[in-house]
Design a protein around this ligand. Sequence first.
Ligand code: PLP
Length: 295
Amino acid sequence: MALRFALVIEPAASDDPRTDFDDTFRAIDPSAPALSVGELSTQRGDGIFESIGVVDGHPQETQAHLERLAHSAAICDLPAPHLEQWRRAVEIAATHAPQRGEGVVKLILSRGVEHGPAPTAWATAAAAADNTVAREQGIRVVTLDRGYGIDTPAKAPWLLLGAKTLSYAVNMAAIREAHRRGADDAVFVTSDGFVLEAPTASLIVRIDGRFVTPAPNGGILHGTTQLSLFAHLASEGFETGYATLPTRSLKDADAAWLVSSVRLAAPITAIDGMDVPVDAGLTASINRYLLSPRD
Ligand code: PLP
């Protein structure tokens, strides 16, 4: 989707005492060139980002996204973001997303320009792609080996596995591979047989009536949509939890979903060619919840 709005942010130090940050923002033409050729985000994918769903002008779960931005920054040794400054950037950008229907605000914090003094940061707003088909008709997924073991994230923190970095080339390649295998999306698994996440979404499975998602113990992102949905399901009396899920346990799922901020909940209809039951009523109610204003 074409960008509707772009805001360059002059990142404030996390302990900056100001309460008004409006003079640290500069709206620019979203279709005009804006980045220096020395930008490390473009040269190396060296930066982090967040994609925030916007429904009828309301940015969803801003706090959870800002906390994850700070978490990613810490993992990547980037300067800690000033959360109030970024919250204001989200607020401004969201007013340029569609005020009826769905949009997306993206936040980017880059290492900056090579040999330059400071990180670069910007926010954009756009309309969201139409995800109705995935939400209503579901998606087929294949499991793909992520190429490391369940204990790799702890042993090799320089792989930045729990950070939402800009380096999504591998994630996009996995989705292309899934398409080559006749599926719509992928679910990454470890080489030693444990379930991780999808390239752009969290996986939730229901086994014996319990909603389970892989524990975010360093190897995967902690999904803001999954967090919000688990709180909602728990408030409705459902049992939810984190687990180290063996890949072979996927065959026991009596329902499964990929969930993320913009796609929301897409029910999985098949895993590696094996049918998975779809709970259409529950999926519709989950998506109604995810489309309601959430903070
Ligand atoms: N895991 C990965 C790798 C993702 O890219 C995303 C979202 O883009 C998610 C999980 C889900 O996160 P959220 O629900 O915060 O969108």
